[in-house]
Design a protein around this ligand. Structure first.
Ligand code: C2E
Ligand code: CA
Ligand code: CA
Length: 523
């Protein structure tokens, strides 16, 4: 469950990051586009404003009497000189319209006598403006700027038109663009699709948005009381998905798959029992316990059996829990080598000093199909000057699967001077046939037959039969798992030479074993 969650997180995290980066990169691109658009819009708005006010200035310098033919002539010249200016004209002090460059002087009549409403804004230099668009005679809805009895009118579209097309950087989002008079906080012009009140609200928002946060940009002019607001549209999700940078997304997905694969591999490699066991082999996490073997006649120790343990996170794991896995996964040979190394590291001095003692080592099927371990053993003993008969071999019948190979390897161990014992004798089906095939030095009677001694069970006499058979074949007997005196004396009486079990001693550390032997020699 936990592992599945890890793999899932490993897969989804990079994909999610990819999505995040895809969105960020999309937003960054969007923000870049908005910024460029705002810059261009501000340039254009300042340009239009400059034209309108310089047209106003030029009209102010015309010396002719307002609405005379020469005055109108001058107005027409000024209007054509300034692209943004659509019309210009004169009004009287009450705002009544007098004449325009387009319609000329107007007599009181059809159009005459019309008044402009009071202006929306008065600037410091006497400039007045009408932000509500005025329906000027001869013109359309116009943005009108005036001063001292004259005015200029402009199509507000001049402020915003063409900004996007001039930018010319690919498919610009269908953004809203507005120009605002910052002193009056009034909208001067917007693109047709934009919502003026929304743009004004964005402009009034006190906090300038962060680069990525909101899809809009406000730019204020440094020299004029105007600002532009550019907002990106809130596109529908499918629209945004289509424009997502797929590189980031696919990259994230690919990284996710790779990471998940790696996580799965890591988990199998390091967290599965198999992975942990191979780690243990690599890190030499095995220790060895020594269980004394005693002569049943004298009760003196003659040697010990080396029993491997796995020291795993301060826990001691018994061999029954990992030897089968190690055999199955091809790790057993490395473990056998480490057991031998440990035995020699801990007991080589002892064995050299007391050549009558021995240590027996358990081998598995993997060790019995090739003479590999014999080579390792031979080289190690030559280095340590320990006699071959001091290292003995215990082989279970499970190790005789390939009977021909086992026969050869067992023969080679014996030829090299290592006595060989058949372990767990009697628990396999073919114990007898093995005995006829192989020459061995001793049988170890399995604990299960020792357990039943003194009970009325049918198997209670098996131990005695095995001892008889061993005598016939002229091999020695070691009885395992002796826990009670009754068992020891029975086995001795039936002719078993050696015994091993808690009655004598549990498995010991090397130091404990050396002390145990020392005590026995004195006593
Ligand atoms: P085994 O070779 O039959 O070893 C005897 C087992 O019986 C040991 O268990 C020992 O601790 C236990 N034992 C000894 N005396 C008594 C007793 O009086 N009462 C009881 N209840 N138990 C007793 P251990 O150490 O857990 O080993 C279990 C098996 O693991 C061994 O059985 C052996 O087949 C295998 N093994 C141990 N060390 C190695 C090794 O280095 N290599 C290989 N391939 N197998 C090993
Ligand atoms: Ca054994
Ligand atoms: Ca056994």
């Amino acid at each position: 469950m936990f592992l599945a969650a890890v793999v899932l997180v490993a897969a989804l995290l990079p994909a999610a990051l990819g999505l995040l980066f895809a969105q960020r990169s999309l937003r960054a691109e969007e923000a870049g586009q908005l910024n460029r658009m705002a810059d261009a819009a501000l340039v254009q708005a300042e340009d239009v404003t400059r034209h309108l006010s310089s047209a106003l200035g030029e009209i102010g310098r015309v010396s002719d009497e307002p609405c005379t033919a020469s005055y109108l002539q001058e107005l027409r010249r000024i209007v054509t000189a300034h692209r943004a200016v659509g019309d210009a004209g004169a009004i009287d002090h009450a705002g009544r319209w007098q004449c325009s460059s387009l319609l000329g002087a107007v007599a009181l009549g059809a159009l005459g006598g019309r008044s402009l409403p009071p202006p929306d804004w008065r600037g410091r230099d006497g400039v007045i403006a009408w932000f509500r668009l005025l329906h000027m005679p001869g013109g359309e809805q116009s943005f009108v700027l005036g001063r001292n009895g004259y005015y200029v009118a402009a199509d507000p579209a001049a402020y915003v038109e063409g900004v996007k097309t001039r930018l010319n950087d690919g498919p610009a989002p269908a953004s809203g663009l507005g120009v605002i008079n910052t002193e009056a906080s009034r909208v001067i012009a917007t693109t047709p699709s934009a919502d003026p009140s929304l743009l004004l609200a964005l402009y009034r928002k006190p906090v300038q948005p962060g680069y990525f946060d909101a899809p809009y940009v406000v730019r204020r002019s440094g020299t004029m009381p105007i600002a532009v607001v550019v907002s990106a549209p809130r596109e529908a999700l499918p629209e945004r998905l289509r424009s997502l940078p797929w590189g980031w997304l696919l990259g994230g997905l690919a990284a996710g798959v790779a990471l998940a694969g790696w996580a799965a591999f890591f988990i199998v490699r390091h967290m599965s029992p198999r992975g942990q066991l191979s780690d243990a082999v690599r890190r030499h996490q095995f220790i060895v316990a020594y269980q004394p073997i005693v002569d049943l006649a004298t009760r003196r120790c003659v040697g010990a059996e080396a029993l491997v343990r796995w020291k795993h996170h301060d826990r001691i794991v018994r061999p029954d829990h990992f030897i089968p896995l190690a055999e199955h996964r091809g790790l057993i040979q490395a473990i056998t080598d480490q057991v031998l190394d440990t035995v020699l590291l801990e007991l080589a001095e002892f064995l050299k000093r007391y050549p009558e003692y021995y240590v027996s080592i358990n081998l598995s099927a993997g060790d019995l199909t090739t003479p590999r371990f014999l080579g390792v053993l031979r080289a190690a003993l030559a280095r340590q000057k320990v006699r071959p008969e001091q290292i003995r071999i215990e082989a279970t019948e499970r190790g005789f699967l390939d009977a021909e190979a086992a026969k050869e390897v067992i023969g080679a161990f014996r030829d090299a001077g290592h006595p060989v014992y058949i372990d767990d004798f009697g628990t396999g089906y073919s114990s007898l046939s093995h005995l006829q095939n192989f020459h061995v030095d001793a049988l170890k009677i399995d604990k299960s037959f020792v357990d039943t001694i003194g009970q009325d069970a049918a198997s209670s006499s098996v131990a005695s039969h095995i001892i008889d058979m061993a005598a016939t074949l002229d091999v020695q007997v070691i009885a395992e798992g002796i826990e009670r005196e009754e068992q020891a004396s029975y086995l001795h009486a039936r002719g078993a030479q050696f015994g091993q079990g808690w009655l004598f001693s549990p498995p010991l550390t090397a130091a404990e074993f050396i002390r145990y032997v020392g005590k026995m020699r004195k006593g």
